[in-house]
Design a binder for this molecule. Sequence first.
Ligand SMILES: Nc1ncnc2c1ncn2[C@@H]1O[C@H](COP(=O)(O)OP(=O)(O)O)[C@@H](O)[C@H]1O
Ligand SMILES: [Mg+2]
Length: 348
Amino acid sequence: MASNGPMVLCDGLVKIYKVQDLEVVALQGLDLMVDRGEFMAIVGPSGSGKSSLMNILGGLDRPSAGKAIVDGQDLLKLSSFALTRYRRKKVGFVWQQPSRNLIPYLSVEENVELPMIIAGMPYKERKEWTRELLEAVGLWERRRHTMHQLSGGEQQRTAIGVALANKPVLLLADEPTGEVDTATAHVILETLRYLNREYNLTIIVVTHDPRIADEVDRVVTIRDGKTSSERVRRLRAAQKGEESGAEEAEEEEVSYHEYVVLDYAGRLQIPREYLDALGISDRAHIELTEEGILIKPAVGLDEVASQAARVSEVAESWGPQTRSRDWKIRLGDAGRGLRHLFGIGRKK
Ligand SMILES: Nc1ncnc2c1ncn2[C@@H]1O[C@H](COP(=O)(O)OP(=O)(O)O)[C@@H](O)[C@H]1O
Ligand SMILES: [Mg+2]
């Protein structure tokens, strides 16, 4: 049933909402690949398109264009019947408000068991899986409690159990720690980490919470509906001398690698801070060097030469009597771009 490719592949994904006469572009050509068994996070400011992406991956909404393939299934090509089946069987969804997954007057156990009953899971299998899930989310002892007898974190862990009732291959969590304190957020993330390890479950967590970054394998940042950078957590053997034993080399150390993401056309987004620091606005110099590609503010020689040519043209148009003193003063008005260029030149 499962194919061998990545769990999630988005290629040039576009989502446009039509609101009356307005079009809101929530995703503008987003690329994303998530491997099987990955526990990763998508971060980005409010309005950057995170929930739009999750709703598409969860089969709750249709993309406008591009590709969205989950576990080998092309979500753009599914009939609405097939999409409903996909939503029930393939993916589990956890929301910011656990109540979206829960029925308040049912117990923890009944909540988790309900989707299995609806899906027609045989009694014995259902009872066993419910128990296993409740143990996995740490709520077996509290299985008889109803929702209002639980803390926010316990409700969220119940919601995780409900999301996994039908044994999905992919768990999507949209701001699952949005309404809880740090300690509770940690417990929720630990629970997700456990499920990821124990069941090789692929998990995508969406958040604007920077605390999450340290708990997942990879963090992808989206800005304005496009993937812009990513940070990969690497576990590697601590550096050891040649002669040291294999046992010691087992020790692992965590390091992070920051990347910018190129889309399929080779476009990349340079972090705003870098552009601001260098004063790069609409164009830049690009140069192939031994170390890699160097991006510099556009103050190349030909740029300066063409500006200088323009300035002398302007000076000439003022007539032959213009003396250099006037010329300097008037340059102040005419040469805004030039001053800007020299300003950058000086910084270097
Ligand atoms: N149902 C909708 N109708 C119209 N616009 C929407 C809808 N959902 C989201 N948007 C708009 O799409 C953009 C992305 O929103 P969203 O995906 O919710 O971002 P995030 O989850 O990162 O905050 C925003 O500009 C938002 O206002
Ligand atoms: Mg959102």
